[in-house]
Design a protein around this ligand. Structure first.
Ligand SMILES: Cc1cc2nc3c(=O)[nH]c(=O)nc-3n(C[C@H](O)[C@H](O)[C@H](O)COP(=O)(O)OP(=O)(O)OC[C@H]3O[C@@H](n4cnc5c(N)ncnc54)[C@H](O)[C@@H]3O)c2cc1C
Length: 391
């Protein structure tokens, strides 16, 4: 088998697989390496909420583009992504009202189907929701969630159909350079050559950047989700809710379940070794999110816990990724650090990476906002909310 490629991608989460697919569609010979299996990654364990509520035009446009792909996945990518349209609701208190209204105005300008709701309209959409303390509500009827495991594997299969070679359970252990330009990677004693190497290693992004002698501000942070079986009489699916007041999000899951997680900047404090962390859920997390869920959605009071798990966010100082060639002209690219909101952007990120690598001067999504140097320049990306946690 030839070991020379145009592009080598390290990491087979959604970013690696989507990028591989798009690059191969442009005629490049691509190899993708993952040290685990496809779908075992944090991408495969994502809550996979697909919404378009973002504070920046670029990310909102990327979310809208990606939503269209999720809606028409079989036709445009092939295979299944399990997209389920339930609608998406954001609820905030006075502190975030101006930010929410600004986001909705931005999104509407971009053609996103979203609106501000009054309390009565929210109760019509989601009977049983507790509206106490809510000052402003935004709603997106088109949004919902996908099946993350199916999505990542469908992208991997689509990439393979385009000619990508996927090496599973093969860890990249070194990146080789000659005169400042990348020439390939090693996997233990094996060598593979390419003039372009892309770090799509997510929570391992800093580790892989170190192979290239780069200190990337990407922390690997442990986050948890819990599941609850909806009680009798409440079996019907409900919209996705981002509850800024109780710092939680929750969505329906197949099998009559509701999945709950936190929107809490403190999650960035839970830095762990991505190869050695507790993958099961803590008991106190279950109690905490269970209580927060009931406050917003009292109908869940008689629900039953059905477990949960922990996975990893790849968090940067502004909760936005690095998508850049580092250093310029080296052929080494970083596409990591998507924090807690990258899954839904995956389809658009593949296009962004393909445009960047192929030197397109007029890219569909300009990666400039995600450049590496913004951290050293102190020019972090800011959202409308107190924290940039949701982008
Ligand atoms: C619990 C949870 C809930 C989330 N909820 C949402 C949500 O609702 N909506 C949303 O949009 N986003 C959400 N996210 C965030 C989103 O899932 C991530 O931003 C996105 O999946 C990151 O994808 P990735 O491809 O960058 O990285 P990953 O999925 O982490 O993939 C990186 C891959 O690199 C591989 N790798 C690492 N080092 C090496 C090496 N040396 N050699 C070979 N392979 C290597 C790893 O094995 C891994 O498979 C959530 C994330 C989590 C964990």
């Amino acid at each position: 088998m030839s070991t020379t490629y145009d592009v080598i991608i390290i990491g087979g989460g959604i970013m690696g697989c989507s990028s591989a697919f798009q690059l191969a569609k442009r005629g490049l010979k691509v190899a993708l390496f993952d040290k685990n299996n496809i779908g075992d990654s944090p991408s495969g364990k994502s809550s996979a909420i697909i919404r378009q509520h973002y504070s920046n035009e670029l990310t909102a446009r990327m979310a809208l583009h990606s939503l269209r792909i999720f809606q028409d996945f079989e036709e445009r990518i092939g295979g299944e992504c399990g997209f389920t349209q339930t609608g998406f609701v954001v609820v905030v208190d006075a502190k975030d009202m101006v930010g929410l209204e600004a986001n909705v105005a931005l999104q509407r300008k971009l053609g996103i189907q979203t609106e501000l709701l009054d309390v009565k309209a929210l109760q019509d959409i989601m009977p049983g929701i507790n509206t106490e303390g809510l000052v402003a509500v935004a709603y997106e009827s088109d949004s919902g969630y996908a099946d993350p495991y199916l999505t990542v594997n469908a992208y991997a299969q689509a990439a393979i159909r385009e000619g990508v070679t996927i090496f599973r359970e093969k860890e990249v252990t070194a990146i080789r350079f000659k005169s400042g330009r990348v020439v390939g990677v090693n996997s233990l004693a094996e060598t593979f050559d390419a003039p372009i190497v892309i770090n799509c290693a997510g929570a391992w992004g800093a580790q892989v950047a170190k192979f290239a002698g780069i200190e990337a501000p990407i922390d690997s942070c442990r986050v948890q989700v819990a599941f609850f079986r909806r009680p009798s009489g409440q079996e019907a699916a409900h919209p996705v809710v981002a509850d800024f007041i109780n710092a939680t999000y929750f969505r329906s899951e197949t099998g009559g379940l509701t999945l709950v997680g936190l929107i809490d900047p403190a999650e960035a404090d839970a830095i762990v070794d991505p190869d050695k962390y507790k993958e099961y859920m803590d008991d106190d997390f279950l109690l905490d999110v269970g209580e927060r869920l009931i406050v917003r959605y009292p109908a869940m009071e008689l629900s039953q816990s059905t477990g949960g798990y922990a996975s990893l966010y790849a968090i940067t100082p502004d909760w936005h990724p690095v998508v850049d060639e580092v250093p310029q002209g080296s052929g080494f690219y970083i596409c990591s650090g998507f924090s807690g909101h990258g899954f839904k952007l995956g389809p658009a990120v593949g296009l962004m990476v393909a445009d960047m690598v192929s030197g397109n001067d007029d890219p569909i999504f300009d990666p400039q906002m995600f450049r590496f140097d913004r951290f050293s320049e102190g020019k972090l990306i800011r959202g409308q909310y107190e924290y940039s946690i949701v982008g």
